[in-house]
Write a protein that binds this ligand. Structure first.
Ligand code: GAL
Length: 423
């Protein structure tokens, strides 16, 4: 399926709409009051969200938007704040949530989201988004959020000129990485930059995917193979070997600081989602393919481990109409194409204008159309909040004792507890 080719005529018509729609909307708009948007896109991660809020302001000049972003990569702080607010009956008007189990197994399962099927029909979104993605944010009772990004998790980043200087190439698999890593250390270079603990979960999923392969990865989440399977233990063992070549101060760094290590030549590689491309391009002004390079994380070529950010409408939102107007923008082509080129992600829409995107994103769009697609654990596709926070504790234990067998057993226990595996 080629998800990104739009016919030229359609593109031209939509472009005209992009210019005229906000102006028309502003003239007729009756909305007023406030709108609170909750996310973790603050600071360096903020420009894409700010661009979309700017569009909203143009369309709805009477509404005052409160950007309630809480800093912290992968929502490490925001998701805790959100939980308190949701349980306390004080939801934001709309909040960022990962498509998949983070949405369905957490907020939909507890009856806290509004069904948005009517909006999908009204906006023509049943045809605008890939059917598989709609499935991921839907249940038999409804469709529960509006996707704004498609991000790739399994990417390795580097600076081509530095690799040349050190006489190495991006490793095709982890064995190759383990061979070149000591050579980098001899030259005083950290082979793989790592940051605070959630980035260990992020690295783990790429290593595990390479180690066990896409079929087993999927089977694991369907509960078809146990977490104590020897192949899962092997993945933890490989992860331990890779960790030996990361920086000692990882826990005190943000993901951006780990990227900085690669950018300024203290480290050779970093495995991070393609928001790192957004950071390097939009914030640091680096040119993709020239100032920074990328490859699929070792051993995962041909597989696209994806995640999708979306926005939903919580039950009891104080400014429901303003929120629906926000969601209409989030799902629109103009909203999506204002947001994603700055973010490093690609648009989930089938009719996106790829001309607006840089070379990294164009290549990601090609892979998204071609590769085998699997879901990310670290970013909410495969597991609910319960499993994710239990997994974070398993990771903390593993980072201390590096015991692969024990980590696999602990994962089995939390998979049973959270309804992923059978006893
Ligand atoms: C992910 C999110 C991305 C990006 C990243 C780093 O969970 O889906 O959009 O924000 O965290 O914070």
């Amino acid at each position: 399926m080629n998800r990104f080719l739009a016919k030229a005529a359609v593109a031209a018509a939509a472009f005209c709409l992009m210019i005229t729609a906000p102006a028309m909307a502003a003239a007729q708009d009756k909305l007023g009051g406030t709108l609170e948007i909750f996310s973790w896109w603050a600071g360096d991660e903020g420009p894409a969200l700010e661009a979309m809020i700017k569009l909203y302001n143009k369309q709805h000049p009477g509404v005052s938007v409160e950007n309630a972003a809480v800093t912290g990569g992968s929502g490490i702080n925001a998701r805790a704040v959100l939980k308190t607010r949701m349980l306390g009956g004080n939801p934001p008007d709309s909040f960022q949530v990962h498509a998949g189990q983070e949405l369905i197994g957490t907020w939909v399962a507890s009856g806290r989201m509004e069904d948005l099927t009517f909006l999908y029909k009204q906006q023509g979104w049943m045809e605008a988004f890939p059917a598989d993605l709609i499935k991921l944010i839907g249940t038999e009772n409804g469709i529960w959020s509006v996707p704004v990004t498609v991000h790739r998790s399994n990417v390795m980043w580097f600076v081509p000129a530095n690799l040349k200087k050190w006489g190495i190439q991006a490793p095709a698999d982890w064995n190759e990485f383990l061979e070149i890593a000591p050579r980098l250390q001899e030259q005083g270079v950290v082979p793989l930059a790592l940051a605070t603990n959630w980035t260990a979960n992020h690295l783990w999923e790429s290593v595990a995917l390479a180690s066990m392969g896409a079929d087993r990865w999927d089977a694991l989440w369907r509960g078809e193979i146990p977490w104590t399977d020897p192949e899962v233990v092997k993945a933890w063992e490989l992860f331990g070997k890779v960790l030996q070549y990361t920086n000692d101060d990882a826990t005190s760094l943000s993901w951006q600081q780990a990227t900085d290590m690669v950018v300024d030549g203290r480290a050779a590689f970093n495995v991070m989602g393609d928001w790192a491309a957004g950071y390097m391009n939009t914030t640091l002004g680096m040119a993709p393919g020239k100032d920074f390079g990328w490859s699929a994380s070792p051993g995962t070529g041909g597989v696209f481990m994806f995640l999708s950010d979306s926005f939903g409408l919580p039950v009891g939102a104080a400014n429901r109409d303003n929120s629906l107007a926000w969601l209409a923008l989030v799902g629109s082509r103009s909203g999506s194409d204002a947001f994603n080129p700055l973010k490093g992600s690609i648009s989930p829409r089938l009719d996106t204008d790829l001309n607006l995107y840089n070379d990294y994103s164009k290549s990601a769009a090609g892979d998204w159309g071609r590769d085998r697609i699997v879901g990310s654990l670290a970013h909410g596709v495969t597991a609910n909040e319960g499993f994710m926070s239990d997994f974070a504790s398993v990771m903390e234990m593993y980072l201390k004792n590096r015991n692969a067998g024990q980590a696999a057993m602990a994962c089995h226990a939390i998979a049973v507890k959270n309804g992923i595996a059978r006893r």
